[in-house]
Design a protein around this ligand. Structure first.
Ligand code: SAH
Length: 373
């Protein structure tokens, strides 16, 4: 039987797996065993799952598979950042995930869609248009690949934090993302605490409300501007869900959680949103919300219409907002030499001018024709 007719068990969270095993006439607890084999031990060959009967292993081999996106390329930055380029259905659709090692944690930045529909004016992912949603298997596979590559390297801690800040808008792919989050937090899979899983959104307000009813993972909001007129230009979805509605959704998201804070992301664009007047307006908007502010120096890419604010301007902005009691950090750009920084993902894949020699090689090795424009 071809793999396409088999069910890819990477698509199933614990509840889904329980249903699958019960349908086979097995006990629900098989789902825990399977999760441990696949996600904790990294074993994807059913014949090696020795705590299951031989006949069950054979049935699994006939009816199911564990299928990953194909690795096209892995790049390692000077600063330790590592980036995977993965192909999902052929050379046209590629996604990336980025591993960011730090002293006290190792974060994986995961993609949720191929491309993005939101078309934020400063983001290169939007420029490539939208192709499709990723399924749960393709989302959790990113964590599986990165985590087990760390374990193989002798890094016993593995991935400690996940941020849904790669390509795509996670809240526009709600169900697949939530099933993947279930796996991230499942004790029998990656056992990450919900605090260590962050969903970042450009502000899909109804989906934030749905998220609040579903889970309590950490929430990051790509705010980027302190008023609607400016935000509409940077983040077009603001026309549908203006700042006031967005911030109200944030207030209710953490309502009732004492120690919870919203993370606001704010990309620093020279002469656009980086003045003291913007900082002042921003404080008025978010000052009452338990939050922290991440200032993201703009990462450039070919044909970008913005520039990054000067360091002094960013410092001044940060000092002003901090002086008003908002915990503010400037995010250090990581993995710039391999185009792994925020907003740079897969720019390279689509843009002939930046495609490296190495990358062309890896494409020709897999015998695919590129369609750069
Ligand atoms: N769609 C989600 C998650 C993906 S983007 C969201 O909007 O939150 C992750 C973060 O990187 C967002 O805050 C996004 O606005 C920011 N970003 C996008 N392009 C960038 C660029 N060129 N430089 C710096 N940050 C960028």
């Amino acid at each position: 039987m071809a793999n396409t007719e088999k069910i890819n068990l990477l698509n199933l969270n614990r509840t889904g797996l329980e249903g699958f095993f019960v349908e086979l006439g097995e006990k629900p607890f098989r789902s825990k065993q399977l999760l441990q084999w696949v996600h904790q031990r990294g074993v994807t060959d059913f014949t090696q799952m020795t705590d299951m009967s031989k006949s069950l292993r054979e049935t699994l081999g006939q009816k199911a598979c564990i299928e990953f996106p194909r690795i096209i390329d892995i790049q390692q930055s000077k600063d330790g950042t590592r980036k995977w380029l993965l192909s999902v259905d052929g050379a046209e659709n590629a996604i990336e995930c980025v591993l960011i090692p730090e002293k006290s944690r190792t974060t994986l930045c995961i993609s949720s869609q191929v491309g993005c529909t939101l078309n934020c004016s400063f983001c290169s992912t939007g420029k490539q248009g939208f192709n499709r949603n990723l399924n749960t298997a393709e989302i959790i596979a990113q964590l599986h690949l990165a985590h087990h590559s760390l374990l193989r390297d002798g890094n016993a801690r593995g991935i400690t934090n996940v941020v849904m800040m790669g390509m795509g808008e996670p809240l526009m792919n709600f169900d697949a993302v939530m099933a993947a989050v279930d796996l991230m937090c499942d004790d029998y899979a990656y056992a990450l605490s919900k605090r260590r899983v962050t969903i970042s959104t450009a502000g899909v307000v109804p989906a934030i409300e749905k998220l609040r009813r579903t889970t309590d993972v950490s929430l990051a909001i790509s705010l980027h501007a302190p008023n609607d007129a400016l935000r509409e230009k940077l983040v077009p979805i603001n026309r549908k869900y203006p700042i006031r509605e967005l911030l109200n959704a944030c207030r209710s998201y953490i309502d009732g959680y004492k120690s919870r804070r919203i993370t606001f992301e704010y990309v620093m664009l020279k002469g656009v949103n980086d003045g003291i007047e913007h900082a002042r307006e921003l404080v008025k908007q978010i000052g009452d919300i338990p939050c922290k502010l991440n200032l993201i120096p703009f990462n450039s890419y070919p044909h970008a219409i913005y520039q990054c604010s000067d360091k002094e301007t960013i410092d001044r902005f940060r000092e002003y907002v901090s002086s008003k009691g908002i915990f503010t950090v400037t995010r250090r750009a990581r993995g710039e030499d391999i185009d792994a920084a925020c907003g740079q993902l897969v720019g390279q894949f689509k843009d002939r001018s930046r495609r490296s020699q190495k990358y062309q090689l890896s494409l020709s090795e897999i015998g695919r024709v590129s369609h750069a424009h």
